[in-house]
Design a protein around this ligand. Structure first.
Ligand SMILES: Cc1cc2nc3c(=O)[nH]c(=O)nc-3n(C[C@H](O)[C@H](O)[C@H](O)COP(=O)(O)O)c2cc1C
Length: 239
């Protein structure tokens, strides 16, 4: 493996929200999940489970859940510029990524003092989330390397959606549904350029370069833009 090949895949990966209905061969699905299996994890805990949804009946039921969730988000959320999720109707494979919070106590814990207990407990949360994110990233990149599209749908973590997914997919109550990833052949190439922040604005050598601190106004502008876009999605009009 070389860096250039890896970076090509990293740069090519885009969130895909338009799919061809062609089924993805089971071999490709397993290749994608094999990449997830090798992800790093806190304490090598590997607290993940992957539910591969392929039957027409289950796909319909899960898609219904996400369409309802998307509608709720459009109507009730203050700031979330969600697009319609009708594209899910065309998808032949959905991967529901679950995580098992019972593994959290395997990350550093302490009972020496309340302060230390809290400190380690809070960091356990972060270790757990980083662990799951590592597996998800491997899924997205492996899929891209096979010419498959994906998008990381975190709506699976909303409690209403989580409960519905657990019922439809027979997921044990103790697990958490972290995200849902459609997997399929992209129906269209993404034309819009992705514009990551320039590298030099986010890299700090030896200490935080305060000249690169993003002001509250800059962050607020980003948050505000999201609200404007959310209103646009909701009403079809720019405010
Ligand atoms: C943690 C996380 C949550 C995301 N949640 C959603 C989501 O719920 N729905 C969605 O359509 N895209 C979601 N995305 C995709 C982002 O919108 C997308 O990655 C970002 O806009 C950059 O575009 P790109 O993936 O094409 O590079 C999520 C991405 C991440 C990393």
């Amino acid at each position: 493996m070389d860096y250039e090949n890896l970076l090509t895949v990293v740069k090519q990966r885009r969130s895909i929200r338009k799919y061809k209905p062609e089924p993805v061969p089971i071999e490709s699905i397993m290749k994608v999940l094999e990449a997830a299996r090798w992800a790093p994890s806190g304490r090598n805990s590997q607290p993940w489970e992957f539910i591969v949804v392929r039957s027409k009946d289950k796909l319909r039921q899960v898609t219904d859940i996400f369409l309802e969730q998307s509608q709720r988000l459009r109507e009730k959320s203050l700031n979330f510029p969600t697009s319609r999720k009708d594209y899910l109707r065309k998808v032949s494979t959905l991967i529901v990524v679950c995580a098992d919070p019972r593994f959290k106590p395997s990350y550093p814990q302490s009972q020496v003092s309340e302060q230390l207990a809290t400190m380690y407990r809070e960091n356990s949360e972060r270790i757990y989330m980083q662990t799951i994110a590592a597996a998800i990233c491997n899924i997205l990149l492996a899929a891209c390397s096979l010419g498959l599209g994906t998008v990381w749908l975190t709506g699976a973590g909303e409690s209403i959606t989580e409960q519905q997914l657990k019922e439809v997919l027979n997921i044990p109550q103790q697990l958490q549904t972290i995200c849902c990833i459609p997997l399929g052949y992209p129906a269209a190439q993404r034309l819009s350029a992705r514009c990551p922040r320039p590298l030099e604005t986010m890299v700090h050598f030896d200490e935080f370069d305060v000249g690169k601190w993003r002001s509250d106004q800059d962050v607020e502008r980003f948050v505000q833009d999201n609200r404007v876009r959310a209103k646009f999605y909701r009403t079809g009009r720019m405010p």
